[in-house]
Structure formats: structure tokens, C-alpha cells
Ligand binder design. Structure first.
Ligand code: TNX
Length: 521
């Protein structure tokens, strides 16, 4: 009797277990978002959701369709990310016959017109990323990474499943940049790499390094070694400064390139040159070497425009830096040369721009270059503050928008921000997002504008946490202004999407500014 009871009890037990199992297996796993609701930044052009769900753990491989092997590094990059976030190992395959669930990467030149265009398709047992170029494939991979990561932060839903559908995307502007002033305070190679890591998540594609100023010369020039041995040894406030050896600089360039970011080197002349004038007496008109400078004033220094050695010096500097900078631009500064007469400034710029062309680079400079006779090929970086917009005299050149009152990451968020300056006004994140590069300066023809760049001047910025606090989240908004069509942009929608990026930034240990306009998740 006891045995029969036991038997009946066991039978019921097994049935209950089976029912539980069936309910569990048949309950449809719902990710929190459908594909068109995932809070991606920048917002893609087009997202079509489907009813399909992809079980992340089913994916076994990354399949690369590419005989030239240029997609291999992107495949490795995605594999590392996927393995970190899913604890599932992937193999990279080139074999078309393998039918296992896979993420495929492919270049299809004829499908798109824009070099950075891509599609990401998520189906029941595969993900397909197609791009016009390797760059397009990379941008698609970055979108997929956000899909995975933003889905992952939803603890109340099933993070093993990704929502299905298709994303079709391309940027509005070809130049979406950040600038880091490594001269007023020096930042190490690893700080710059960390910045690149985060910028690449948001599809920023240029990083401009302000490599020289009154307070420090930050790049080794082998034919003029004192520039770094003397001029690189301090910074604002009297700290020890530092510089990049050419080897360091190559490492930054390569790291940036692997993240599809182009480095733009800037040597700021003829003003902002005290560090050079303190390193070599002969660069001064009076042959007297200057003292090193650790203050914050601008506009007191100038190279000696009349001396031939100035141009020999610049020829060497431009040649050595161009040799290790594969990007198209060489930035020559040109701003705030208050002690160079207008005539001297013109003749100086007219001699220097041909040196840049001699080393096969496109000249780039701050807007003051328009005082000289510049060719239309020169890229002008526009940085005026709001009240100066009407004074601008437009030329036919291409224009990069860095308007101080909208784009300067060193402007304080509000009156109680500890870091930063406020000469162009406060820059809260809503103001930083809600504008259009095409409408800022009426006189500019919108066809001239190639994009925008957000400079982070570092008079008050001393370490990576300071960079992070001033740049994030504002630069995420600039990334969207640069990428997403202005018709699709809307502050309410953006601020809601941004609220989901707090955990993403925290997972990278970034000390971002927790703006109270945002209902951070
Ligand atoms: C203006 S913008 C400068 C920099 C300063 C910055 C501080 C420009 C081309 N020059 O030298 O660091 O303001 O916000």
C-alpha cells in the first residue's frame, strides 16, 4: 500500500514537473523593446521591426564574406564584444557552407551610395550586417553592440533574446568630430584610447588633437628635439606636462583607425606658440628665448613672421607629423593671433598653406584664416560665439561647425559646474542638442557645411574623469546631430533614449554629468 501511494505521488510529481517545463518552454520570451523601440543613439534612419526573436545563445560564429580580409579586424572586434556580453564563445569562419546560426559581415558596394551606409538584419537564427565599405560594416557592428547592450540592461525581461527586424542607416554629415586639447593639460596615450573607445560607440569619426599651444608642445619633432624636451615639460598650473613620442602618436593613430576614427593633428600658429618660443631662441624676432608659461591667458605670443627659419621650422614640423598622420587634414590653427599684425598674419598664412599641400594634406584652420588669401580647398573651423555670428564673412570653403555657444565641451553646464569656463555662456544638454548646424549662421550656404566638431579645451580639465564629466553626455547629442537627419531629431525623444545610456556609460566606468533634465535609468 505504501509503495502504491508512493508510486501515485511520484506520478503526480512528474506530471507537475512536465507541466512547469511546458509552460516555461512555450511562454514566449519577450525582450523589453521591439527593434524600433530600442533607445539607439544616434537614431538610425529606418527601423522595421519583425515578430521574430533571436536567441543570443544560439549564435555560434561570425561569418565573414570578404576575400580581401579587410573585415577580419572588425570580426575580431565583434567577437570580443559578444563574448564579453554573452559569455558565449564564437568562431570566425569564411566558409559559405556552414549553416549554423551566425552573424555575417559583408561588403556590398552597389547596395548603398554613402560610404558609411549599412543594414543590420536580425532574424530568428541569424544576424546579417551589410555595409557599403568596411567603415559601413563597422558602423553596423556598433549599432548591433548597442542593441545587445541596451537590451541587456533590462533585468525584468529576457535578455537572452534580441528583437528581430531590419535597420537601414547612413549619416547626415561626413565629419562628426571631437577635439581634445592635450596642450593646456597633457593626457596619456591610454586616456586618449579610452576617449576613442567611447566616441566610437556613438559613430564619431574624427578626433582632432590640439598638439601645441602656449602651455605645452606635445609631439616629438626629431629635427627640433627641444620642443618637447623644454616645451613639453609643463602645463597650466605648473604640472609636469608630457608629450607623445612619434611612436606613441603612431599608436594613437592606429588605435583610432581600428575604431574607424581619423586623427587630425593641429599645430597652432602663428599665435599660441609660447612653448615653441621657450624652446628655441631663434624662433623669436629678438633672438631671446621666452619663459615657459603655465597661465590661462591667450593671444600674447607669435612666431617671427619675417624670419626664414620660421618657415624651415614649419616645413620640418609639418613633414614629420604628416609622415605619421595618414588622415587627409593638417590643422594649422591660426586663432587669436592678437600680437601678429594683420599684414604679417596674411603673409604668414600665405607661406604656410603651400607647405601643407607640399606634404599632400588638406589645410584646415580656425576661422581667422579667412583674413588671408586662402584657397577654396581649405577647411575652415568656425568657432565664434553667438553674438559674433552676424560678423562672419563667408568664403566658399567647406566649413566645420564648432560654434562655442553650442559645441564647446569646456563651457560649464550651469553656474554651479565646478569645471570649465563660461565665456560663451552656459551650455546645458538641451541647448547642446536642440540646434541645427545649417541654421546657425544665416550667411553660410548649407552645402558648405561638412559637419560639426566638439572641442574640449583643457585649461581646467586635468584628468580622464574631468574629460568624461564635461564630454558626456553632451557629445552623445553631437554624435546624433552629426548622424541623424534633422527631420528625425526631437529633444523629447532623444532625452528619453539618452536616459537608457546611463548604465551603458557606467559599465565603462565613465563619470558622466548626471544632468537632471534626464530621467536616468
Ligand atoms: C578659445 S576657440 C580658444 C582656445 C581656448 C578656448 C577656451 C579657439 C580657436 N581658441 O585657445 O582654449 O577658447 O574655451
Amino acid at each position: 500500500m505504501k509503495n502504491t501511494n508512493n508510486f501515485i505521488f511520484k506520478g503526480i510529481h512528474i506530471k507537475i514537473c512536465l507541466i512547469i517545463l511546458m509552460v516555461n518552454c512555450c511562454e514566449s520570451p519577450q525582450p523589453k523593446f521591439t527593434l524600433d523601440e530600442i533607445p539607439l543613439i544616434p537614431l538610425p534612419r529606418l527601423v522595421n521591426k519583425s515578430e521574430e526573436l533571436l536567441n543570443v545563445n544560439k549564435i555560434q560564429s561570425i561569418k565573414i564574406y570578404d576575400s580581401d580580409k579587410i573585415l577580419n579586424p572588425i570580426g575580431n572586434h565583434l567577437r570580443a564584444f559578444w563574448e564579453d556580453h554573452t559569455s558565449k564563445e564564437l568562431v570566425i569562419i569564411h566558409d559559405d557552407l556552414d549553416l549554423n546560426p551566425t552573424i555575417s559581415l559583408e561588403i556590398k558596394n552597389d547596395l548603398f551610395s554613402n560610404d558609411e551606409a549599412y543594414t543590420v538584419k536580425i532574424g530568428i537564427d541569424k544576424i546579417k550586417i551589410t555595409g557599403k565599405t568596411a567603415e559601413g560594416v563597422y558602423r553596423g557592428v556598433k549599432t548591433l553592440e548597442q542593441v545587445l547592450k541596451l537590451n541587456d540592461f533590462n533585468d525584468n525581461s529576457n535578455k537572452l533574446f534580441l528583437p528581430g527586424g531590419e535597420i537601414t542607416d547612413q549619416p547626415s554629415y561626413e565629419y562628426r568630430g571631437a577635439m581634445l586639447d592635450v596642450s593646456r593639460h597633457f593626457f596619456s596615450v591610454s586616456d586618449v584610447k579610452r576617449y576613442i573607445d567611447v566616441l566610437s560607440i556613438y559613430k564619431i569619426n574624427y578626433l582632432h588633437l590640439h598638439l601645441s599651444d602656449d602651455q605645452g608642445w606635445r609631439i616629438e619633432i626629431k629635427s627640433w628635439p627641444m620642443l618637447t624636451q623644454i616645451g613639453g615639460q609643463t602645463e597650466v598650473g605648473g604640472g609636469k606636462g608630457g608629450f607623445y613620442s612619434q611612436e606613441d602618436f603612431r599608436e594613437i593613430v592606429k588605435y583610432a583607425k581600428d575604431h574607424f576614427i581619423t586623427i587630425v593633428p593641429e599645430i597652432d600658429v602663428p599665435g599660441h606658440t609660447n612653448a615653441a618660443l621657450a624652446s628655441y631662441a631663434e624662433l623669436n624676432c629678438d633672438d631671446k628665448v621666452r619663459e615657459l608659461y603655465t597661465g590661462m591667458e591667450v593671444g600674447f605670443s607669435s612666431l617671427c613672421v619675417q624670419k626664414e627659419i620660421t618657415y624651415d621650422f614649419l616645413d620640418d614640423v609639418i613633414r614629420e607629423i604628416s609622415e605619421i598622420s595618414p588622415g587627409p587634414y593638417f590643422h594649422i590653427g591660426g586663432d587669436e593671433s592678437h600680437v601678429t599684425s594683420e599684414q604679417d598674419f596674411k603673409s604668414f598664412i600665405n607661406r604656410v598653406l603651400p607647405l601643407i599641400k607640399k606634404y599632400n594634406k588638406i589645410p584646415m584652420g580656425w576661422y581667422e584664416l579667412t583674413k588671408a588669401n586662402i584657397s577654396e580647398q581649405t577647411l575652415l573651423q568656425y568657432w565664434a560665439k553667438e553674438e559674433d555670428f552676424s560678423k562672419v564673412n563667408p568664403k566658399k570653403s567647406k566649413i566645420l561647425i564648432s560654434a562655442a555657444s553650442y559645441c564647446y565641451l569646456d563651457m560649464k553646464y550651469d553656474s554651479i559646474t565646478n569645471l570649465g569656463l563660461s565665456w560663451a555662456g552656459y551650455l546645458p544638454i538641451k541647448k547642446a542638442y536642440e540646434w541645427d548646424p545649417r541654421n546657425l549662421v544665416e550667411k553660410f550656404d548649407s552645402k558648405q557645411i561638412i559637419g560639426l566638431e566638439a572641442p574640449l579645451w583643457s585649461e581646467t580639465i586635468e584628468n580622464f574623469d574631468d574629460i568624461s564629466y564635461m564630454a558626456f553626455p553632451r557629445i552623445i547629442g553631437y554624435a546624433e546631430i552629426g548622424w541623424t537627419s534633422h527631420i528625425q531629431r526631437d529633444w523629447k525623444d532623444y532625452s528619453n533614449r539618452l536616459s537608457f545610456h546611463g548604465p551603458l556609460l557606467e559599465s565603462l566606468k565613465l563619470k558622466y554629468y548626471p544632468a537632471n533634465e534626464i530621467d536616468w535609468k
